[in-house]
Design a binder for this molecule. Structure first.
Ligand SMILES: O=C(O)C(=O)C[C@H](O)[C@H](O)CO
Length: 365
């Protein structure tokens, strides 16, 4: 397929994302409520994708976000710098000494084990990025003057505030004006919508945004929660997924939104917190491609698996133009990213391609 990507020579960046980046607090094998120590990393649904494109796939990427200009903000910046993502598009907001004016988001996440599921508790109200409006960013400069081949954003950022949803639409429209391909990960988080109108509001916002998206990405529940597409034949707890139902849903989504050039969904069934079945589907040019099944995949930390799927998919689409290959890049990268702690990938492109080719886990020395 030809996505008609902008020429590399006209663009400073291969990919740019817009969204919140939080400080992730990880209690390791323990629990949040009894932790005495946390490891910290950075993470954010939209950011993780371009972090993966940079660190695993060697692309040139930047993040558009906002931080409160204090020590915590600069710690998150330090992580971003370590990941190789360009920080020059970050908006630094003045704050008072206690974060009353604005603050930086914190995200406590325990990984879960066996019968105990992963648990995420974010502390992110009133953050700099949730307060930001489209006036805080110069999208014409980013997409017009600097040039960007791919723009990624998503439903976590859109859920932060009225103005963040408006900023998404503004950014996407500007990106498209300059010929940038736009991907959007629906990433439904019930906790983020509960106080601002629940699923009804989530659908209202996401249905409006969907009209402008080229590559729509979601997980096994996102298309229903965010866009109202029902999937036939699933059991209520998503213990068994009906692949035919997903194929029908994707066909339907592509009809309702003729602007979609690619639609992709991950397919995860949770056997236990540490053992999942994992795969994905991808629609392009009227055809649906299913990635290979990773049955009984052993997981160390599932958070960010979907984002690493997205970055593998985007890399595959950008470099091969072959949706069947791209969905394999996505699932292999997502699978590998879930074998290590933290929200972001620690895999290499060579490892991803080896897994795609059926490599096993024998020791290398
Ligand atoms: O959960 C969120 O809101 C985050 O952005 C943190 C994680 O990085 C994200 O969930 C991974 O998709």
């Amino acid at each position: 397929m030809d996505l008609k990507l902008r020429d590399k020579k006209d663009c400073k960046y291969d990919a740019v994302s817009l969204g919140e980046v939080m400080l992730r607090f990880d209690p390791g094998e323990g629990r949040i409520r009894t932790a005495r120590e946390f490891k910290v990393w950075e993470g954010g649904g939209e950011y993780n994708v371009i972090r993966g494109l940079r660190r695993c796939f060697g692309m040139n990427t930047a993040v558009i976000t906002a931080f409160a200009d204090n020590e915590v903000g600069h710690l998150v910046e330090d992580f971003i710098l370590q990941g190789g993502v360009d920080t020059s598009l970050i908006n630094w907001k003045k704050t008072d000494g206690i974060g009353r004016e604005c603050r930086n988001g914190l995200n406590f996440v325990e990984r879960g084990f066996g019968i105990r599921g992963a648990l995420s508790v974010s502390d992110r109200a009133n953050t700099a990025i949730s307060q930001a409006t489209d006036k805080d960013f110069d999208f014409d400069y980013v997409f017009g003057e600097l040039g960007v081949r791919w723009f990624h954003t998503g439903g976590i950022y859109a859920a932060l505030s009225e103005q963040s949803a408006e900023t998404v639409v503004k950014a996407i429209k500007t990106a498209k004006k300059y010929g940038t391909i736009v991907s959007y990960d629906l990433n439904y988080r019930a906790s983020m919508w509960s106080a601002i109108g629940g699923q009804k509001k989530a659908q209202e916002v996401n249905k409006e945004i969907a009209k402008y998206v080229d590559v729509m990405i979601g997980n096994e529940e996102d298309f229903t929660a965010c866009l109202g597409f029902e999937i036939e034949g699933n059991d209520a707890n998503l213990k068994e997924l009906n692949i035919e139902g997903y194929k029908k849903m994707i066909d339907e989504a592509a009809k309702v939104y003729p602007n979609f050039k690619v639609v992709a969904t991950t397919l995860r069934t949770v056997k236990t917190a540490t053992v999942n079945d994992w795969s994905a589907l991808c629609w392009a040019d009227g055809q649906i491609f299913k990635a290979k099944d990773y049955k009984g995949l052993e997981i160390l930390d599932r958070v960010g698996g979907g984002d690493s799927f997205a970055s593998g998919l985007v890399y595959g689409l950008m470099t091969t133009g072959d949706a069947a290959k791209a969905v394999e890049y996505g699932t292999a990268h997502g699978a590998l990213a879930m074998t290590t702690p933290g929200d972001t990938t620690m895999a290499t492109c060579a490892e991803v391609e080896a897994i795609m080719g059926g490599a096993g886990a024998r020791v290398k020395r």
